[in-house]
Every structure is written in structure tokens, then in C-alpha cells.
Design a protein around this ligand. Sequence first.
Ligand code: NAP
Ligand code: MG
Length: 485
Amino acid sequence: MEKIRMQTPLVEMDGDEMTRILWSMIKEKLILPYIDLKTEYYDLGLKSRDETDDKITFDAAEAIKQYGVGVKCATITPNRARVEEYGLKAMYPSPNGTIRAQLDGTVFRTPIMTKCIQPYVRSWKAPITIARHAYGDLYKASELDVKEAGTAELVFTSANGKKTVKKIFDFKGPGLIQGQYNTIDSVTKFAYSCFNYALDSKVDLWFSAKDTISKVYDQTFKEVFAEIYEKDFKEKFEAAGIKYFYTLIDDAVSRVVKSEGGFIWACKNYDGDVMSDMIATAFGALAMMTSVLVSPDGNYEFEAAHGTVQRHYYKYLKGEKTSTNSIATIYAWTGALRKRGQLDGNADLVNWADRMEKAVIDTIEAGFMTGDLAQITVIENPTVLNSEEFIDAVKSTFDGNLPSKKDKDEDNRIAELYDRFFDSRSYKEKIEILRQMRGQLTDKMISDFAVSLDVVIDDGPFDARIISLENCLRQMARFETEGLR
Ligand code: NAP
Ligand code: MG
């Protein structure tokens, strides 16, 4: 089979811990067999960030600006414990924060929906994407706790020295003050990212704030959105058959819960922080959330919304099998390669991404999934696969030969009987187990059983070996019933 060619490289950013392990499995099994992959590789793993004094993260962000599309693995944001664990030179900032600042983008988070997981909100039929303005407000606020009576004022000193003063409050005793800001430039870029993303994905855009109470701050957000819509997007939205509308945040919350989903909900920074957790939880699974950073000038960075799954990684290091969900990471790759394909007019690449995502969904809907999904699925008796088995199963589905659920159930039945043979203390029961395994026995199983019984079954025709094993067991069972053991 000829591999799909790429015209432009993708910016590939490797990461840390369990997601780094999944990253290489996904590449090896799901991508490289089908695509003549062209990437510009940046290792954002903690060790490499430390070796380059974090320059590698800045370089990766620059590369996204140059090429337009990147795909990123989850990375560790070091805290004190990590500085010790990895012997780091410094407590580097979050790579996502660094990249976001350089691209000045908006983060869009969308749940992956499947029939096997039902959202907690019964009316939701299509995903709700949260667009969070990731700049300013509470996250850059200055705070003060006042200890005594006094007057609090907002003071703005302009570049030419002119002061504007506004009284906040006359305190009669101790209290709290908080000063927030945002810039018109950032709000404008946020609005452009949201309108462009809605057009791209052909879904309605909602924006909510609290303009009735915040008559300058939130009102300005509302006006910036409205102006940009009228000026640059109204016609395009109408042509695409999608709508933009603004509503109060409280009204938006109640409408969202009663909706069928299928739209983008743009939120201010704090609202987006809180609401994206609510949406992720209500749709069912943390590991089924995708995330894409879109810059106002149209650069894209795709990733999974979850972290490096540290707890699973430590199990993996001990040689234990993990059942880590790779779906959001697979979708980061398909999202990035689809976008690359769209920008380059490469229909094969777009088609591959669609088919790979379908293979993922078909696999879980056929009952094969990782442990996190098995706990919440509405499918009865799902088959729980480990990290690697799941990726293998997706590959089989993609290649058109996923074992049917029936075959897998049969494999499980035989494996259980095989174990029970050794555990059973009664020879009669062992004969019965052998009978139930008929048709599925292998030469090796017969040898294993013989060893456990301390008998010798000679090499020879397969059927003859079964008969002689049964004969041995019958003999032993006779002693058992006659109480001669
Ligand atoms: P996490 O990696 O998202 O994992 C938290 C828990 O959620 C896991 O222990 C696991 O639960 C479950 N989980 C998350 N993803 C899963 C998956 N794919 N499959 C199965 N279960 C999954 O968050 P964390 O443990 O708080 O953070 C670990 C590291 O990730 C931190 O160093 C943090 O800085 C980093 N982080 C990076 C990003 C990013 O790069 N975008 C985002 C968030 C966090 P069980 O243990 O119950 O199985
Ligand atoms: Mg949050």
C-alpha cells in the first residue's frame, strides 16, 4: 500500500510520562504505516526543556507560527516536587502557558462523543465546545486585604501623567479589594478566534458575560464581539447557515443545560475555567476531551486536554500493564493532520483523519475500551484492554479486521476455564472443564495440564493426547470418589 504523502511538515511536540509512551505507540502503529509522516520534531519532555533552559518550548511556538499547525503531547508543569525528581535547573513555567502567550490564542475544548457513554444531561446530543479567553481578568488580578477603616480608589495614571480616580468603597473596618484588567487588543483577538473557529466548524457561536452588572468591563466585551460580528462575520455566518448570539451568563447556563448541544460557548477567562470542567464532567470522561489552541491569525495547536497521567506512568515503570486511554491523544494527531490536509488541499490526509477517528469510535462501540471508559459505559460487559491492546484494536478496526465481540468473549471464556483447571481441587470438575474447552484446546494447554497433574502425555496425534489426558483424569477421579486420595 502506498503511503499518503504530506506537502508541509507538522510541528510535533513530544512530552512526558505516560502520554509520551502513548505518543510513540500511536505514531508507530496508527500513523507511520499509512502516512509518509513529515514533522519538525521538538522534544518538550522535561529533560530536554532543562537541557535547553526551556528554549525548545519557545522554538516550538515559533515553528507553529511558521508552519501553521502543531500537535503536542501532554507535558509536566514542574512544581517543587518535580524540580527534585528531575534535578531541574529551574522551575520552568507551563509549556502550554508559554505557547499560548506566544501565539496569543484561544483554547477550544470539545468532548468526543460516542454511543457508549451517555452525558449526564440527557438532552445533549452533540458536543458543546468551550472557548475560553485565556488572558487577564482574575488570573492577572492584584489583591489587597485591608486591615482597617479607610477609602479604596481606582487610580489610572496615563502615559502623559494625567490621573483618573474613581472611588471603590469607604471601608468602616477590615475588608478585601481586587483589581482586574484586560486589553481591547486581547478581547478583539479572542473574538476573532471564536468567529473564525465557528465558521471553520460550521456551528453556532454563543457568547456570555455579565453586562447587566458590569456596565463597563463586561459591556465592552459584549460590544467588541457585536462590532466584529457586524463588520466581518455577519454575511459569512448567514452564508454558512450558522448564528451568533449574545446572552447573559446566567441565561446561558440554563439554556446550555436545556439544549441539544452542538455549538461553541465562548466564555470569559474565569467562566471558561469553571464551565469547561463542568462540561467535561457532564459529558462523562476527562480522557475524552480534545483541546485546540487557535491564534487570531489562524495558527493551530492540537492536544489532549488531560495531563501526563503520572499515576499510570509509575505503574508502567514498575513493569505493570496500564489501561490508559489514548483517544484524546489520537484525536490530537487526527485533528492536526486533518487541518494540515485542509490547508494543503490534501484530500487523502483529510480522509485518513476521518477514517481513523471513525475506527476509534467503532472500536469502543464494539465493546473494546480502556478501564476508565469501561467504568462508565452503557455497553454491557465491555472488554477492558490495556494501553497497547487498545491501540492495536483501533489499528485492527482501521484495517477492517477487528475481532468480533463474540470472538473476544470466546477467548475470555477459554482463558477463564484454563485458569480454573489449575485451581480446581476435584478431578471430576477438571474433566468437565476439559469438556467445555473442546474445540479450543491447544497442544500447549494439554502439556500444561499434564505437568500440573504430574503425568506424562506422550507426543502424538492431538486427539490421542486429549484422550489420554482424559483417561488419566478418569482414573484419578475414580480414586477420588472411592475416597482413596
Ligand atoms: P492527569 O494527568 O490529567 O491525570 C489525573 C487522573 O485522571 C489520572 O490519575 C487518571 O485517573 C485520570 N486520567 C487522566 N487522563 C487519563 C487517560 N488518558 N486515561 C485514563 N485515565 C486518565 O492530571 P495530573 O495527574 O493532575 O497531572 C499529571 C501531570 O500532567 C502534572 O505534572 C501536570 O503538570 C501535567 N498536566 C499537563 C497538561 C498538559 O500538558 N496539557 C494538562 C494537565 C496536567 P486514575 O488515576 O484514577 O486512573
Ligand atoms: Mg479549571
